[in-house]
Design a protein around this ligand. Structure first.
Ligand code: URA
Length: 210
């Protein structure tokens, strides 16, 4: 597994406002959307393309377009929904699948309550979006399911990651074709499984309800 922390002043600037507890939900949603687009630029660096012949008004030439099978984008509900638009804007040919996962706040175990994706993901590049890589439980379960369905290249895009979560993913998904792209690798998890310094509960801050 590869981890890529995107080091860019615009990313750092937007992330700082996102972390600030005074940032309201509409601003939080707008910044998440903008941040995921910046992260997606890095995350899609290896998106597959194919060569095409075209004619400009001046001459014939060749270019590229996104290859088939089409990439699949999978937001992890609920908070991943706030990252969907920012990614598909850059990947116009992508299909979108959904995974609904919830973390038990006592045991920190992830469980799946809804899945809507193609059964066969053979040969597909998949982009999973979930804002917070905390213990890693949710992303590990989601990525295992994607690989079970045949996905051969999975990129997880997260706004923030904790070292504990990255280590768990490296351990549990060793050797799997997985890349994590994040805006920051924070200090640690606290006893409640929250990322420190973090930004709090991403779903609550996005949607304003617990
Ligand atoms: N989920 C969140 O929304 N925030 C955290 O800090 C950890 C998990």
């Amino acid at each position: 597994m590869r981890t890529h922390v995107v080091d860019h002043p615009l990313v750092a600037h937007k992330l700082t406002t996102l972390r600030d507890e005074r940032t309201d939900s509409p601003t939080f949603r707008r910044l998440s959307d903008e941040l995921v687009t910046l992260l997606a630029y890095e995350a899609t660096r290896d998106v597959r393309t194919e060569q095409v012949d075209i004619r400009t008004p001046v001459t014939e030439t060749t270019g590229v377009r996104l290859a088939r099978p089409r990439p699949l984008v999978v937001p992890i509900l609920r908070a991943g929904l706030g990252m969907l638009e920012g990614l598909v804007r850059l990947l116009p040919t992508a299909e979108v699948g959904f995974m609904g996962m919830v973390r038990n706040e006592d045991t920190l175990e992830a469980s799946t309550y809804a899945t809507r994706m193609p059964e066969d993901l053979s040969g597909r590049q998949v982009y999973v979006v979930d804002p917070m890589l905390a213990t890693g439980g949710t992303l590990i379960a989601a990525i295992r399911e994607l690989i079970k369905r045949g996905a051969d290249d999975v990129t997880a895009i997260c706004l923030l990651a904790a070292p504990e979560g990255v280590e768990a993913m490296e351990r549990e998904l060793a050797g799997a074709p997985v890349t994590v792209v994040t805006a920051a690798l924070d200090e640690r998890l606290n006893d409640n499984g929250y990322i420190v310094p973090g930004l709090g509960d991403a779903g609550d801050r996005m949607y304003g309800v617990a």
